[in-house]
Unconditional design. Structure first.
Length: 256
């Protein structure tokens, strides 16, 4: 152990650069620092407590750099049935600026690099990561590590939801009911179906296959437009049917 003239304490080094500077032994696999609390009771006792607020917006409570993991947290709740956290990071925020409850980066030549990695199991509800009010700055991929190009969210697998809302700012097809709308004659519609094998304005099966799917919002608009056009056709046919019925009734009356 070395104590410098400035009061810096060094273990394993003759030139400490910190208030407490510990260097491990190259031939030993023992942990550099080990901290254990033997307290028995219903109070959270911190094995390690780090506090650093040099100025509002400055200071790092705990910093770790590792060739494999920068920070690792394990929890052993044994018989305790409440919530247990392998890692817990809170951020009270403050005035304008960026505040991080947890901030992790990872880079290298390895197959996989994780800025933050979470795993939880053993309870009724397990959260590998829990983010209330979550915002993702980059593309998010679920079920696959490779995000689909050009999409903010890509899911490899099935999705189930109680409600889905598609925010689409384009014109809703109520324009079909405008007097100026040019409704395709039924004869022309019939010829289009015979030739193209799909409704006008609706993508063909080949197009959907080539594009690996379809846009849900746009498809819903197209379907509504076809329903509105179909409604106009029904109204039109109903009028023609009534005229024919009137003519038949007039002919029958003339015979009597």
């Amino acid at each position: 152990m070395t104590v410098s003239a400035a009061g810096l304490v060094g273990i394993g080094t003759a030139a400490p650069a910190n208030l407490l500077h510990v260097n491990g032994v190259a031939t030993s696999t023992a942990n550099i620092v080990y901290s254990k609390s033997n307290y028995v009771g219903a109070t959270d006792v911190r094995a390690i407590d780090g506090f650093s607020v040099s100025n509002p917006g400055y200071g790092i409570g705990v910093a770790g750099t590792g060739g494999f993991m920068g920070v690792r947290g394990d929890v052993t709740p044994t018989t305790y049935t409440g919530a247990s956290y392998g890692g817990y990071f809170s951020n009270s925020g403050g005035t304008a600026g960026s505040h991080y409850g947890a901030y992790g980066t990872a880079s290298g030549a390895g197959t996989s690099n994780f800025g933050v990695y979470g795993f939880a199991s053993g309870a009724t509800t397990n959260w590998a990561g829990y983010f209330p009010g979550k915002v993702y700055a980059n593309n998010l991929s679920v079920g696959n590590t490779l995000a689909a190009t050009g999409y903010a969210l890509s899911v490899d697998g099935k999705i189930i939801a109680e409600e889905i809302r598609v925010a689409n700012s384009t014109t809703w097809p109520d324009f079909v009911f405008q007097s100026s709308y040019n409704l395709m004659p039924l004869e022309q519609l019939e010829q289009h179906i015979k030739t193209e094998k799909h409704l006008p304005g609706i993508p063909s099966a080949q197009q959907i296959e080539n594009e690996c799917g379809f846009d849900l919002g746009a498809m819903q608009q197209n379907v509504v437009q076809k329903i509105e056009e179909l409604t106009l056709y029904v109204i039109q046919l109903n009028k023609e049917n009534k005229l024919l019925q009137q003519k038949v009734e007039a002919l029958e009356a003339a015979k009597k």
